[in-house]
Design a binder for this molecule. Structure first.
Ligand code: FES
Ligand SMILES: [Fe+2]
Length: 399
């Protein structure tokens, strides 16, 4: 955008990089820009292949007003589509029993006028077809989404193009491989936790290393000693080794004592907690006993849904069940602590007194994320919002 000032060049504190300006955390036009230029162009995880094991099994996923779905084909492939009928746009599939999964063996039949698609998305049957002279059935298949399966997880992208998930995660591929993500099964249903904050506020908090020792007594007591950050182009990583220290409560101590040895994990993995943030909004929490993904789904400039599903290798031993329960207990406290913190930040950002703050040199992940935002959406280099209508007008131009 013309007139944009490089805040990196005029930081206000010599030598410091600055956080993104507060206006980008509650501005409706900027939110539209993020929707189009970031989220429609980024990979979103939908489910795991093991959530849809048989042909006709599907997983529905609503993302920024786009009804999406992943369907397991008769050839075994998982394919993403818009969950929208080509006739009158009716939503085609719903999760069964209030969930996100279901099964439509053999075909997808629209509940409105019974247009029918095969499991690869091709329009196979149109009732009273003769009354649509010249209808090209081939041109009216389900609209596909770019789809990629990475270590068992199925990702979709609304606008194709750009690096693959595998490319983006490549720096950590060797580290992730031993966990055997592909063999994992969901251990619970999708949880959706609403938060009254901008999505970036959740992401910032996820990557924030400085607050662990201040705000998370329990977490500090289990992985705080060695907590470390690593920053790559598309992925930010936080990690720590399990080592009981001051601050640990009984959950942390019991978890550290009980955690069963996983013979398939190398020594570098047996007692480590690792967190990966895949640009822009997908977090993988990776523990020796289980993993989960947390996806920050923006709903409005100041509302975000945390969509989370835990996965693990099948193991019903008593020790493992207890370990997983303790992990949940520890992280439930961490989540509650963070919930309070992000709301404080969101409300502080509304104050006229705050525009931007400095990043410490140690905050490599936060700094990298803010840089990537500035690179992707140059308008967020402006310390103050552009005049109303300016961002909307720029959205109408190509780019
Ligand atoms: S809207 Fe789907 S068949 Fe008419
Ligand atoms: Fe936190």
């Amino acid at each position: 955008m013309t007139g944009a000032t490089e805040t990196e060049a005029t930081p206000g504190w010599a030598g410091h990089e600055l956080s993104l300006p507060a206006w980008t955390y509650d501005n409706a036009e900027f939110f539209e820009l993020e929707r189009e230029r970031i989220f429609m162009r980024s990979w979103q995880v939908v489910c795991h292949l093991n959530d849809i094991p048989k042909p006709g099994d599907y997983f529905v996923f609503e993302f920024l007003d786009e009804p999406l779905m992943v369907v397991r084909g008769d050839d075994g492939a998982a394919r993403g589509f818009y969950n929208v009928c080509r006739h009158r746009a009716a939503r085609l599939l719903d999760g069964e029993g209030g969930g996100a999964t279901g099964s439509c063996p053999g075909r997808i039949r629209c509940p409105y006028h019974a247009w029918t698609y095969d499991l690869r998305g091709r329009l196979s049957n149109v009732p009273r077809e003769a009354a649509y002279p010249g209808l090209d059935k081939q041109a009216h298949g389900l609209v596909p989404l770019e789809t990629e399966t990475w270590f068992g997880f199925v990702f979709v992208r609304c606008e194709p193009g750009g690096p693959s998930v595998a490319d983006m995660m490549a720096p950590f591929e060797d580290e992730i491989r031993p966990y055997r993500f592909e063999e994992m099964q969901a251990t619970g249903r999708v949880t959706l936790r609403p938060r009254r904050v901008n999505w970036k506020n959740l992401i910032d908090n996820y990557m924030d290393g400085l607050h662990i020792s201040v705000a998370h007594r329990g977490l500090k007591g289990i992985v705080g000693r060695s907590y470390a950050l690593e920053s790559r182009e598309h992925v930010q990583q936080m990690s720590g080794e399990i080592e009981i220290a001051a601050g640990a409560g009984w959950s942390e101590k019991a978890y550290a004592a009980l955690l069963p040895d996983q013979p398939y994990l190398p020594a570098s993995h047996k007692r480590h907690w690792r967190y990966y943030l895949l640009w822009p909004n997908i977090a993988f929490d990776v523990y020796p006993d289980q993993i989960d993904f947390m996806q920050m789904i923006p709903l409005s400039p100041t509302e975000t849904l945390i969509r989370e599903i835990p996965y693990a290798l099948p193991d019903s031993t008593r020790e493992m069940r207890l370990t997983r329960y303790l992990n949940w207990r520890i992280n439930r406290v961490v989540n509650a602590e963070d919930h309070g913190l992000i709301e404080r930040v969101q409300s502080g950002m509304r104050s006229r007194s705050f525009k931007q703050g400095p990043f410490s040199e140690d905050e490599i992940c936060l700094t990298a994320f803010a840089r990537k935002m500035r690179q992707t959406l140059p308008v967020c280099r402006l310390p103050d919002p552009p005049p109303p209508g300016g961002i909307r007008a720029s959205l109408r131009t190509a780019g």
